[in-house]
Structures are given as C-alpha cells and as structure tokens.
Design a protein around this ligand. Structure first.
Ligand SMILES: [Zn+2]
Length: 203
C-alpha cells in the first residue's frame, strides 16, 4: 500500500484523490478501518521511515507516570539514523516524491490553486499535459463531425469551459497528432543526450 501511494502520487494523483480511492476500495488503514485522510497520506509521503531512515525522538516523554508524550521542538536532542531498517520505498523514489511535493507547492502558489491533482483516465497523456496559463491539466476531447476528415482529437485545458458559456482559461487547444510528435521529439532529444540528463538527474 505504501508503494502504491508513492507511485500514485508520482503519477499525478493528489493526496485527496489517493485517500478517496483507498476508501472506495475498502482498503484497511493501520487501524484496520477503511478510513483514509488527505492529511495522513501527506504525512506518509514525507515519512523518512519508509526509505529506511529514522528520526528519533520526534516526540518525548514529559511524565513517566502518565507516559504523556509531546512533540519535540528542540527541547531534547533528535537523532537522524540513516538505513536503520529495511526500506519499503527506494531512496530515489522517496526523493522524487519530495521534489514533486515541492514542485507542486510552488506551482500551486504561483497559480493560486488549492489542490493539484492531475490524474484522470488511463490515457498515457492524461494528467501529464499541464496548462501553462492556469496550471490545470489538459483533457482529451473528440471533435465529432459527420465528415470523417473533419473528425479530430484534441487536448484542451480542463478549466477552459468549466462554467457554461464562460471562458475560464483562454489557452489554446493542442491537436492530438501534434502532441504525439512533440512527445516523440522531446523523448528522442533526451535519449540522444542521456549522459547530460543522467548527470542532471543524479544531482
Ligand atoms: Zn488553463
């Protein structure tokens, strides 16, 4: 489940949708109940325990009789132990999630969006074409016509016609074929310059 949550996040889903889908599938949480919160998914996505590290003394005991514990805000030392136990999540995936969290946070701030959730459908481009104008995902639409030559598939910003009769975002649509060739071109550039990109990614 932890691996799935990390993958879902990297595939564009927001913590809110991840929680909702787990509930719909009746997946039990740590408590045995099929109840998931956005906030717990968010915490899971930054918990260093999953990559095999441990931050010790996140909380500490203030009263040994009642065993009352409080959050350690620096009152007592904290220790960060690397590779303290076998990881569930590869370090690279864990770091990628942290980078993606930071990227979405900055993006949401810039475009003043509350929640970022790109995933929709199972088309390879679904949730991966992001509007440069408003920050929402592009969706696939079929422009139908009785004339087969005029029928075409396009991608356009999901907030373009969010309210009927009103233009929510004035970005342009993209022809499906153009999107494919743009993807293939970009992919080939990356493969041809893989030494350069691998160095960047490793950094
Ligand atoms: Zn837009």
């Amino acid at each position: 489940m932890v691996r799935r949550i990390y993958n879902d996040y990297l595939n564009g889903k927001g913590p809110n949708r991840i929680a909702k889908e787990l509930e719909e599938e009746r997946v039990p949480n740590w408590n045995g109940k099929a109840k998931w919160y956005e906030s717990s998914i968010q915490k899971m996505l930054s918990n260093e325990k999953y990559k095999g590290d441990a931050l010790l003394q996140k909380t500490y005991t203030v009263d040994f009789l009642s065993k009352k514990r409080v959050v350690n805000n620096g009152e007592v030392p904290r220790y960060y132990v690397e590779e303290s136990h076998p990881p569930i999540i590869d370090k690279e995936i864990w770091e990628a999630v942290q980078l993606e969290k930071e990227r979405r946070r900055a993006f949401a701030e810039k475009h003043q969006i509350q929640k970022i959730d790109y995933a929709s459908g199972d088309h390879p481009f679904a949730g991966r074409v992001i509007c440069g104008n408003c920050g929402k995902a592009y969706g696939r639409k079929v422009w139908n016509s009785p004339d087969e030559n005029l029928r075409r598939v396009i991608w356009r910003c999901n907030s373009k016609y969010q309210t009927k009769g009103q233009i929510g975002c004035d970005s342009r649509h993209i022809n499906d074929k153009l999107l494919y060739s743009a993807f293939v071109n970009t992919y080939n550039v990356i493969v041809e310059n893989k030494d350069y990109f691998m160095k960047k990614w490793t950094e």
